[in-house]
Design a protein around this ligand. Structure first.
Ligand code: BGC
Length: 810
């Protein structure tokens, strides 16, 4: 087979947003990609197939359970195979550098070892089914502000010891078949042109044989990126390679062998996923997203990662006879996923109110909405609008061409739809008409989102206006489109209709998200607090659910504070003042400030728990499933009290000035105040004693243990040093303990770091010997002068339940 240069180059850019081109001569079939850290969305960015929504990455990682991560990889592969998808664009293994990072919900942890181990297990689970995983985003992509232009300034040792380590572990231990090069620059060179990172380290030192694709629209050049090791430009068609790269080869700027290597890697991927030669067949008996088996899996995976941060007077687990007042906007509209490319279209999203009512019965539970939590209205939720044609919760969207002919009439379950990006019409969309039937009486807020020339009508009221894109065109149009909301008095059954002429129909740059906004006109904060206090006073226990929304936890935005949005802190204070017992459930993926910490009885961190979220929270609060999580990120005590904080580049640069001292490593070194909660903290539902801790030299066989679960993969390393310790469950319930071992080197320039962990489940009153094998990689120190690894010597091993609770020092 000898393909001409132009044909080879053409294969190295996507054929569409989420597909790669087939080629008959090569026996290459179409390769289909889908986003997927928390569910496999499919080929459409929005409004696509209904798929299972998984707990978010931080919640999964909080289980510190590589077995669970493997299971998640396997289940996501099933979700992919059900749609004939070959490549899932995850896991996201950037680190939680600053808690302000808007996209941390997609990534596992602030710790590189935990991130790498969880990622490797997830990748194995997925690729064992013949579906490729994609490690993203290579590298130093820890925040979103100016994400297309910012330059992460990271010293070489920190890059290797911290930010590249999860990628290295997932390559060494799971051979991830693809990676994605990030939007940002690293030390002045675009991540898509990183000869040093991609060619020298990843493909050179690590011997990586997989394929490296660009993040979507990230590639800026032909010569520099192709020579820098980037194998595939996404999406396509179009983009910076094509003719320009062919010319560069002809000029001699790019050697044709470079193109051949990129193509070899693409074909290797095709072979691995069954898209070369005889195409693979996909199983047709996979579970539906709302099947019983998915419900069980998603509830268990979510609940076990939930983390008990505080539990005074053993208020948790709740007794079955408890009368509960469930309070808060997040109780009635639980946030189950973050925003951006990780979003999927789930069959349902169970709220905490629904979950507790289902387990305790309606007579024992009162439900009270809380204060406003958003500044920006969102598409109508929960059946506020219904499709006038079918009556289903959602809206109807008619798409017309310039002559007024209908191109498509579609139903949008989430009251919003993407126009122009996933579509493949013979004629471009010129006008869209969006309609929804209002299901309530009284004062309402109705509006639209999307750029264009709009006319909205409700009964006789007609309003005309324009909405323009102001910032970064494509990203904004898709992720934060312009919007307008007006107040009306509605009668149930009224049809709200909105007609929009798109900005300049048909051009890809004007693709975007369009939708109808609708909600009951908001109540005043004072009314919401009054209702909450009344409900709290009448129950045995108040469960207040607070949290963040997609305004804080989303792609393309960062936070400016860790304070809970709206008057949620006032809500917790008010409830705590009125209730006999107060339990706070934090529905957020990342740290929030808790000024009310000492005035409540219990706090459970619930992450973004996926479609079964409310059922999982209820199971955790009642102890049907132990919330056995340990924090994957340190919770600072105040804004700025963290070793790394600002995410705003200065003159384009974002210096990673804290070096390797991120998260708990920096707190422990005294570079920031004692945190509210340490990485690794989590109480579960029992108490523990540690005894007989001793060091196991490398090579000494593991002593017998009663560990029921498969220990983490560190035990695969035969020459790894280890620690043996006995843990005794001194409480009244069976529980899962995560024994964590940290290395604290003597050299103060070297931060403390997690070196290994083992989990064990122990019955009340019983003891279990536990062995923790430590990862030799955690002893490596990069010597910038010699350009090589050295081994750290000296120091102590700390056996700890998070560094705020050290149980033994060796
Ligand atoms: C994100 C990637 C994602 C891609 C495709 C980008 O905006 O950064 O993580 O895989 O879009 O949706």
């Amino acid at each position: 087979m000898t393909l001409d240069l132009a044909t080879k180059v053409a294969l190295l850019t996507g054929a569409s947003t989420f597909t790669l081109a087939p080629n008959d001569e090569l026996g290459l079939h179409e390769i289909r990609l889908s986003d997927g850290p928390t569910g496999v969305r499919g080929l459409k960015f929005s409004g696509g197939r209904v798929v299972a929504l998984f707990p978010n990455a931080t919640l999964l990682a909080s289980a510190w359970d590589t077995g669970a991560a493997y299971e998640v990889g396997r289940l996501l592969a099933e979700e992919a195979m059900a749609q004939e998808i070959h490549v899932v664009l995850g896991p996201t293994i950037n680190l939680h550098r600053s808690a302000l990072g808007g996209r941390l919900f997609e990534a596992y942890s602030e710790d590189p070892l935990l991130t790498g181990k969880v990622a490797a297990a997830y990748v194995r689970g997925m690729q064992d089914q013949g579906v490729a995983a994609c490690l993203k985003h290579l590298v130093a992509n820890e925040s979103e502000t100016d994400r297309n232009t910012m330059n992460s300034v990271v010293d070489e040792a920190t890059l290797r010891e911290v930010y590249l380590l999860p990628f290295e572990i997932a390559v060494e231990e799971a051979d991830a078949w693809t990676m994605m090069a990030a939007y940002n620059d690293v030390n002045g060179v675009a991540a898509t042109e990183q000869h040093h990172v991609i060619n020298e380290i990843v493909k050179g030192e690590w011997g990586y044989r997989g394929l490296i694709m660009s993040d979507w629209f990230a590639t800026r050049t032909a010569t520099e990126s192709a020579n820098g090791g980037l194998d595939l430009v996404m999406p396509g068609p179009g983009g910076p390679w094509g003719d320009a790269l062919v010319e560069a080869v002809k000029r001699g700027d790019v050697d044709e062998s470079v193109i051949d290597d990129h193509l070899d890697r693409l074909l290797r991927l095709a072979e691995r996923v069954g898209a070369l030669g005889t195409p693979r067949s996909f199983p047709d008996d996979l579970p539906e997203p709302d099947s019983d088996v998915r419900r069980e899996q998603l509830t268990r995976l979510a609940a076990t990662g939930m983390t008990v941060l505080r539990n005074d007077h053993d208020v948790l687990p709740l007794a079955r006879a408890t009368k509960v007042a469930v309070i808060g906007r997040h109780a009635v509209q639980t946030i189950d996923m973050g925003g951006g490319s990780a979003q999927v279209n789930p069959p349902y999203q169970a709220s905490v109110a629904e979950g507790l009512t289902a387990l305790l019965g309606p007579e024992q539970v009162t439900v009270t909405d809380g204060v406003e939590v958003r500044t920006r209205p969102v598409p109508a939720r929960g059946g506020f609008l219904t499709d006038p044609q079918t009556g289903h919760p959602g809206i109807r969207v008619h798409l017309l061409d310039a002559a007024g002919n209908e191109l498509e009439s579609r139903f949008a379950a989430r009251s919003s739809t993407m126009i122009g990006m996933d579509d493949d019409f013979p004629d471009a969309v010129h006008t869209a008409i969006l309609t929804g039937r209002v299901t309530v009486d009284g004062p309402v807020e109705l509006g639209v989102l999307g750029a264009g020339t709009w006319t909205t009508t409700l009964g006789p009221a007609e309003i005309a206006f324009e909405l323009e894109l102001t910032g970064n065109g494509f990203g904004e149009a898709v992720l934060t489109p312009p919007l307008r909301v007006d107040r009306f008095t509605a009668t149930a059954g009224d049809v709200f209709s909105a007609r929009v002429e798109l900005l300049s129909a048909g051009t890809f740059a004007n693709a975007g998200l369009f939708g109808l906004i609708g909600q009951v006109a908001p109540r005043s904060t004072v009314d919401a607090l009054d209702d909450a206090v009344r409900a709290a006073a009448q129950a045995d226990v108040a469960v207040v659910v607070v949290g963040l929304t997609e305004e804080q936890e989303a792609e393309s935005v960062d936070k400016s504070t860790l304070t809970l949005p709206g008057a949620q802190d006032a809500l917790v204070e008010a409830v705590a003042g009125a209730a006999r017992r107060t339990v706070v459930v934090v529905n957020a993926a990342t740290p929030v400030l808790m000024p009310w910490l000492s005035r409540v009885d219990a706090i459970v961190w619930a992450g973004l728990p996926g479609q079964e979220g409310g059922h999982a929270v209820a199971a955790a609060l009642l102890g049907d499933i132990e919330p056995a999580g340990r924090l994957v990120t340190t919770f600072p005590v105040a804004d700025g009290e963290a070793p790394a904080w600002s995410v705003t580049p200065v003159n384009g640069d974002l210096p990673y000035a804290e070096g390797p001292f991120i998260g708990y490593r920096g707190h422990y070194a005294g570079r920031a105040a004692e945190p509210a909660f340490w990485f690794g903290h989590g109480l579960g539902y029992t108490t523990w004693e540690y005894s007989a801790a001793r060091r196991l030299p490398p090579g000494e066989p593991n002593p017998p243990t009663t560990t029921e679960e498969a220990p983490p993969e560190t035990t695969d390393v035969p020459d790894a040093p280890g620690v043996a310790v006995t843990v005794t469950n001194t409480g009244a319930r069976a529980s899962r303990e995560v024994v964590q071992v940290y290395l604290r080197p003597d050299n103060p320039a070297q931060p403390v770091r997690l070196a290994g962990w083992t989990a064990v489940t122990v019955a009340p009153g019983e003891s279990a010997p536990v062995t923790v094998r430590l990862d030799p990689r955690m002893w490596r120190v990069w010597n910038t002068t010699t350009g090589d690894w050295e081994r750290a010597s000296g120091g102590e091993l700390l056996i700890a339940r998070g560094l705020g609770d050290i149980r033994a020092t060796l």
